[in-house]
Structure formats: C-alpha cells, structure tokens
Design a protein around this ligand. Structure first.
Ligand code: BGC
Length: 642
C-alpha cells in the first residue's frame, strides 16, 4: 500500500469510537409526543388498503396520477434517466408540474375522508440534483473525500436540497455512506472514502446540509435525506455489486456502519437497504420452513433491519427497499415482498406497474391470512407518517406553490456552480511533481491530449442525467467546460492545440503536454470489474492503452508531461506516473474543467494557489491490489483480511 499523502488524517475528520455492540443512537430530530399521538390516531383510522398504499413507492414511468388516487399511493420516485414526458431537457417548471399532478392525485384519493395523507416525491440527487437538466452537478463523493472538508460537504447538501425543492420534490436517495473496500466495485466513487473515520464525519455533514435540522426539514428549502445502502454494500467479496459480504459482525459495525451512526445522529430520516447479502449465522432466516432457505440478502434480514437498526439503534424513520430489491430475497419474488416486509421494510420501491400492483395485492392477502402481522404494517405506516410530519408535509402547500419551486435563480444558479467548482478544485490530489513542473506558466504553449482532455462524460461520470452517464453530451450540461476548453481560457486559443489522440501534433512546438486520461463513465453494475481483471489502467480498455502509448511517445520527445487522471477509484498507474513530470488525480470532478485547469496553472490574482487534496483511498502499487486499505486505528486487534 502506498499513499502519496497521509490517508485518514483529513482535517476535520472525527475520531471514531470503537463499538463493541450496536450503539443506541440519539437523533438530532427526536420523537415529538404530541405528533406521536396525532399519528397514532391517524393510523387507527386508516383502512388496510390505505396503509398499504403508504408502503408502495412506484416509479414515474410506471405510475399515473389516476393510479395514485386509485391505490392511495403515498410516494413515488423518478429513476435515473426518467424525465417528465421522456424529455431529458425537461425544465424545472415541467418537473414541478409533474410532481404537482401526483400530489393533487393523492389529495383526491382522500376526498371522501375526514383527513388527508400528503404525498412525497423522491429522486436520486447523489452529486447535485443530477437527474434534472440545468441543475448543478457536483464532484462525485470520492472526490469530496479527497477535499477533506466536512463544511464544504454541508454546503453542497444545502445547495442540492434547494435545487431539489426547486423542482417541487421532497426526498433524496442520498447520501451514500458506504465504506468501499474493493476498487473493483463499480460504485466505489459513490463512497467518500475507504476510511470509516472520514465517512463518519462526512455523513453527518451531508445530512445536516440536506435536511437543515428539525426546522429546516419542516421548511420548504430542505429535503428528506436517505442514508444508503444498509449495510456493508462496500464490503462484498471481490467488490461484487449486489454481492455477498462475509466479514465478521464487528467489522460490519465498525467499518461499514460508521457513516450510518453519524448520519442517524444528525437526524437522517430514511435508510435504504442494500442489494447485497451478509453471510453470517447471526443473519437468521425468520420464517423457517417457508420455502427455500434464506439467502442472507439484506432485504430479508430481520436481524439487521429490525433487531439492529430499529430496536438496538433506535432508528424511528423509514426503512426503504432498493429498486425491486425485495426480489433478491429467497423467500420473495418480484410480485411478492411478504418475507421482506416481515423483515422490517417500511416502504417498497417497486418499479414496474405489474410488480407494484402485485406486491400490493399479495401483501393485502398476507395480512388477511395472518402471514404479515397487522402490527408490522402499523409500524411501517407510523414511520412513514412520522417522517411526513417531520418534513412538514401537512403544512406545505402543493409543490407548485412552494417558495423555491420553479423559481429562477435556484436550479444551476451561479452560487451553486461556484461551489461545485470550489469542490472540484479542492478534490485534486498531487501524486508527483518533479522538478517543479507545476504550476504551469499562464503563457505556456500547451499540447492538450489524452482521451479525457475534451470529453465531458469522463468528468461527470455515472448518475449524470442518465443512469450510466455515458450518453451525456455538451448540450446536456449548460455552462460546462472540458479541461481542453478551460486550458484555452487560461493561455488563449492560439497557444493550445487540442489533439486527444495525438494524431497530428508535433510535441516539439510546445512547452508542456497536458495529458488527461481516465475511465469512461459508468454506474452500478456496469462499472464493476470481474475478480480476475487487472487494476492497471492500460489493461482495462484499448482506448486506455492508447493513452499510455501517448505518454510513452511524449516521454520520448522530451517535452514536459503533466498527467491528470479522471477516475472513480484508485487504479494501478505506476508506468503512467513514471512517464510524467507531474501527476494529478482529478477523480470525477464534474462539469467544471476550469477547476481542474485552475489547479495546474500559476494562479491569477485572487485565485487559489496549489493543489491541496489528500487521498481518501490507498493507492495500489501492484495491478492486483484491489482491496488493500488503511488499517483502521480505532478497531483493537484488527487483522488484515487474507
Ligand atoms: C440503486 C439505488 C438508487 C435506486 C433508485 C438502485 O438501482 O441501487 O442507489 O437509489 O436505484 O434509483
């Protein structure tokens, strides 16, 4: 293991305690006895059908406002890459109108009743309000980890919440507080760090920013935060996505749950369960003899959801399932979530129309047959109503009438874009700077090359307007700049030649080559590397091998070489480093190539100087070192896994 900068000592990182058993959490947003009485009275008046409606969360493309009225549905989400009317450039006003129409449908569902149950809209705003055209896109979490600045993270949460509220929505599926321990995992970059201490500090900061405390949450400027994915999603064998963790419970608690402890203390109101499994005898099957043996999937884990999270830790908010993930549990099918509901799920995110209707009807049958106890349903609905009350949903006007909804100057506003650029700049990490190659002179003649130098997708990564983020174009990201464009802005168009494949340029005509290399955009599933794959950048794809060939050619030409790596994870790049005079890791910095270029050049007056980020993850010095991590100092007798 070789970290160029000292890992885990980021300024602001908290000292993490060691937990011998699951800690009781005291949430910043505690129980309100008067509200509990009101909620209890309301639950007592609900029919079984009304209760189940609160527990089903369908997806925009598979749900109409008429369905919301008919099934008395309590919440909906828009999946990644799903937009109103299928329009990827849908405006804030179009989003507000859409959310408003579902909100209205929920109101009509209760027209004949003496009370209403307000509706919630949820979205994946995981690096800014990233599914919405014109929103501010921030660096992915791994880059924020490198910035080592919890207050920056809080401010990003606040800005993101305002933009979500600006589209009439109430709830985000963020932050991801995973502690990723294997670089092959395609969701590595969704985590802040391999270091539970840093995850712990950041999780609280992001929740505070998104929710704004008890008062903020009740206002229409903040949103409900969801910590995900409970638990040990980053601890699966070989970094398999949706795979199996086999670590002892002590490490589930002290490495993988660290972010949850802090986030729940800060008042996070929702927890999303992980697709993965935890294979351990403690993770018992709670309905023995009911079909196939329990396959340890978290969605069926009564131990981790009910016994640990709800009872031992005292979490009183919503436990939501991941997208159709109940179907991963051996006792369930896509249309039957009974076993998972009995494990403790409160809201079921079920995407397809046939599936959510079937989950609804099979749960109805199970309750009538006594397979799902009414007390379990009441627990779920009480939690949903509690969170709705805390989020002020009975007081907020319809989405279109909220203070930020559709208002100009919120979505993608200059202040938020500046914050994104600040974060991207702070996330840069310098791995090498021989002979003072950096900073570059502002009048240098620059050869801008490499596969990432003029490709916005390599900067923004997955979960950007679409799920995998690989179809994003410049037209999707107003105000964005590639690194090449940003260099032109610094040195002037006449002093830079942009030749990504180095097909025509003569290096001898330039003072420096800025070579931007990096991973193609990916998200969950697609970004995961098979266990037998090498972690060497140039081994991963032919186009990446061409980047290495460019570096070899440049080295041969004698020009000063400055390399920037855009990546969601540490990769083996020893040869690339050796071929460069300076080497910078830019992570997935987002749309502001200006921030990356800003770190390379001598600052103009009033601009920040230098590169200050620190590695949030160990850097591999061999191509097979996928799962080497800092030894967590807070865990007594920690043994490095074989
Ligand atoms: C992901 C979650 C996400 C959900 C909804 C799932 O595939 O695992 O992180 O919140 O989709 O988009």
């Amino acid at each position: 293991m070789a970290g160029a900068r000292v890992l885990g000592r980021q300024p602001g990182a908290s000292q993490l305690p060691y937990y011998r058993s699951w800690p009781r959490i005291t949430s910043a947003i505690g129980l309100d006895p008067a509200a509990e009485t009101r909620i209890g009275a309301l639950v007592a008046q609900l029919t079984l059908e009304e209760k189940l409606g609160q527990m089903i969360q369908p997806e925009l493309a598979e749900l109409t406002p008429a369905d919301v009225t008919a099934y008395k549905i309590g919440s909906a989400l828009n999946g990644a890459g799903i937009w109103p009317g299928g329009d990827r450039h849908a405006s804030a006003a179009a989003w507000v109108d859409t959310v408003d129409s579902y909100w209205q449908a929920a109101r009509e569902a209760y027209a004949g009743r003496p009370f209403t149950i307000p509706f919630l809209w949820a979205t994946d705003a995981v690096h800014g309000h990233n599914n919405v055209y014109g929103a501010t896109i921030f660096p992915h979490n791994i880059g924020l980890g490198a910035a080592g600045d919890p207050d920056l993270v809080r401010r990003i949460g606040e800005a993101t919440a305002a933009e979500i509220a600006g589209t009439g929505m109430d709830w985000t599926f963020a932050p991801t507080v995973t502690t990723p321990r294997d670089r092959r995992w395609g969701r590595y970059y969704e985590g802040y760090s391999e270091d539970p201490q840093l995850v712990h500090a950041y999780a609280a900061a992001m929740v505070r920013g998104l929710q704004g405390g008890a008062d903020g949450l009740a206002s229409d400027r903040h949103v409900i935060a969801t910590v995900k994915h409970w638990v040990a999603d980053g601890g699966t064998v070989d970094g398999a996505d949706r795979g199996t963790a086999r670590c002892p419970e002590d490490l589930v608690r002290n490495i993988h749950a660290a972010g949850f402890f802090a986030a729940l203390e800060a008042g996070a109101q929702a927890v999303m369960v992980s697709f993965s499994a935890w294979e351990d005898p403690a993770n018992y099957g709670h309905s023995p003899g009911s079909g196939e043996p329990y396959n340890f999937k978290l969605h069926g884990s009564r131990y981790l959801i009910t016994d640990v999270l709800k009872r031992a830790m005292g979490f009183d908010g919503i436990v939501i399932s991941d997208w159709d993930a109940h179907a991963e549990v051996s006792g369930c099918t896509i249309g039957d979530a009974g076993y998972a509901i009995n494990a403790g799920l409160d809201v079921l995110m079920v995407a397809g129309r046939a599936a959510w209707q079937s989950v609804y009807h099979s749960a109805l049958r199970d309750v009538r047959d006594g397979v799902i106890p009414v007390a379990r349903i009441d627990d779920a609905v009480t939690r949903v109503l509690r969170v709705k009350a805390r989020a002020g949903m009975w007081h907020k006007p319809r989405p279109g009438e909220r203070s930020l909804a559709g208002r100009p100057g919120v979505l993608g506003c200059a202040a938020h874009q500046a914050l994104s650029a600040e974060a991207a700049r702070k996330s840069l990490v310098l791995l090498k700077n021989s002979g003072g190659a950096l900073p570059l002179a502002r009048d240098a003649r620059v050869l801008a090359t490499g596969s990432g130098v003029d490709d916005i997708r390599k900067q923004t990564g997955g979960w950007t307007l679409s799920w995998q983020g690989d179809d994003v174009t410049r037209a999707d990201l107003p105000g964005a700049s590639t690194v090449a464009e940003a260099i032109r802005g610094v040195v002037g168009t006449g002093r830079v030649l942009v030749d990504p494949g180095l097909t025509s340029a003569d290096p001898a005509r330039f003072d420096v080559a800025v070579v931007v290399i990096g991973e193609d955009s990916y998200a969950e599933m697609r970004g995961t590397l098979k266990p037998w794959r090498s972690l060497a950048y140039a081994d991963l794809k032919l186009s990446y091998a061409r980047d290495l060939a460019i570096l070899r050619r440049l080295r041969g030409s004698g020009i000063t070489v400055v390399t920037v790596l855009l990546t969601g994870r540490p990769l083996y790049v020893t040869e690339e480093i050796n071929l460069s005079d300076a080497f910078v890791v830019g992570w997935l910095p987002g749309p502001h190539g200006t921030a990356v270029a800003g770190g390379l050049f001598r600052p103009a007056d009033g601009q920040p100087a230098g590169i200050s980020g620190r590695l949030p993850a160990s850097w591999p010095r061999r191509r097979d070192l996928a799962a080497v991590n800092r030894i967590p100092p807070h865990i007594p007798g920690y043994r490095v896994p074989p």
